[in-house]
Design a protein around this ligand. Sequence first.
Ligand code: SIN
Length: 283
Amino acid sequence: MTVGPIKFKRTNGGVGAFVRNVDLSQSLTQEHVSAIKSALGEHGVLFFRNQMISPEDHQAFAENLGSIDVNRFFKPVEGFPKIAEVRKEPEQRSAIGEDWHTDHSYDQIPALGSILMARELPRHGGDTLFSNMYAAYDALSDGLKEVLQTLQAEHSSRHRFGRQSKANNSSDTGGRLGNPDLAVQDAVHPVVITHPISGKKALYVNRTFTLGFVGWSQAESKALLDFLYDHASQPEFTYRFEWEEGSVALWDNRATWHKALNDYHGERRLMHRITLSGEALSA
Ligand code: SIN
């Protein structure tokens, strides 16, 4: 059992905090769970080191935080249907999640976040970048904030995982199940959300799944979305997490984006991911 208070130390970058004094292979008290949830709402992503946890421990930690949202498109870990593999083999060129995104924004009830655990790492590379959507929103002008607060955006899984997608029309499918007929999710969410834990405003559009603004043409949407994507991926909002054996990252999709760096061709990288169920988002 973890003894004493859990400690959180901000990273030196624009997002995230390291968590100290916790052992995820042991059961957590309600106090610890509350501290982790509230720190997640504040920092957007929490990093844990030296956690030698089994898939059972990983799942128990997730179930302490909430219910599990099983991903439709990734292969499950053998014997653990609720844990998805994020796998890239030495002969593959593409990797899961290599563009900036927030998971499951195409769902009407988007996932809260994910708990990613390193299982097999390349000798060099394979870091994950995170970006802070509170800070990205806060740094915009009052004029643009006012406009964005009136907008809704459409998100979809079809163009990324469906029949017409690049992922489906390539032999290099990574760890995906290759089930394009399940890619039928579309959702509309506010462009600026109020975060369900922290109550702070966050920008909620992403390069991978957002199609455009409701009532705007594609060209109009593209111009403003491209500006927002460039703005929100500036280095001052980001942190680059270097994985080690025993590293775990827990992120909140409503407060952050993430991007897996695909810079380790010829080597295997294998991660285990559990996605947590979220709630409907409001402005
Ligand atoms: C993901 O997008 O969930 C995967 C992130 C990673 O593999 O670093």
